[in-house]
Write a protein of this length. Structure first.
Length: 210
């Protein structure tokens, strides 16, 4: 049976789900069992109407007059985001940025595991500080297939990014976190999230002007 397409949901609403989830985790750690939409919205830095609108894209949550059950809502959002079990991720490009990402130990706490990294100079990247193996690019299709990987982090120079992205798509990667400073050309069904630190700093610079 063919799967019905997902309803069109604003990407910003999906992004805010992650913020709500972190707020709920903080509430759980403080032994708070229920929370009102006003209180949760305040913790997330959004308006209560925005929070309620975001959640209604995915169903009916909470009880009027009682608010949201913190543990139940956190579990529902975790299911929606697909992070109840560790999601395998690969990283391509083990330069300064890629190396820092490989050394970061926080991904697993958030539901993601970098299972392997790839670099043109794989033989020179066998530093003991990396928990993950660093493979030559030729092994990418095999490992993506064996590990059932659907997501990749791209940390290569802009000049190589599109070519590497094409290779990822050919291997079945459907989601790319792109640190390269270019706009990738990908099919409509592939999701790309761009992380450009210079743009983020420019944005901050605008708001701090006198």
């Amino acid at each position: 049976m063919k799967k019905s397409p997902r309803p069109e949901i604003p990407r910003k609403s999906i992004y805010r789900l992650s913020i709500y989830l972190r707020c709920l985790h903080r509430l759980k750690s403080n032994a708070i069992r229920t929370v009102s939409s006003d209180a949760l919205a305040r913790a997330a830095g959004v308006k209560p109407t925005q929070l309620r609108k975001d959640l209604t894209y995915f169903g009916q949550f909470g009880t009027r007059g009682l608010g949201y059950d913190v543990e139940q809502l956190a579990a529902m959002i975790t299911d929606l985001l697909g992070t109840r079990r560790l999601q395998p991720v690969i990283l391509v490009g083990v330069g300064n940025l890629g190396s820092a990402l490989l050394r970061y130990r926080g991904f697993e706490q958030e539901g993601f595991e970098i299972v392997a990294a790839f670099d043109l100079n794989a033989d020179a990247r066998k530093a003991p500080q990396f928990k993950q193996p660093v493979h030559p690019m030729e092994k990418l299709p095999e490992i993506v297939r064996e590990r059932g990987v659907r997501m990749a982090i791209l940390a290569v120079p802009g000049t190589a990014a599109q070519e590497v992205a094409n290779t990822l798509l050919d291997c079945g990667i459907a989601g790319i976190l792109n640190f390269a400073p270019i706009v990738l050309q990908v099919p409509e069904e592939v999701t790309v999230n761009n992380v450009n630190l210079a743009i983020e700093l420019e944005n901050l610079s605008y708001f701090i002007q006198d």
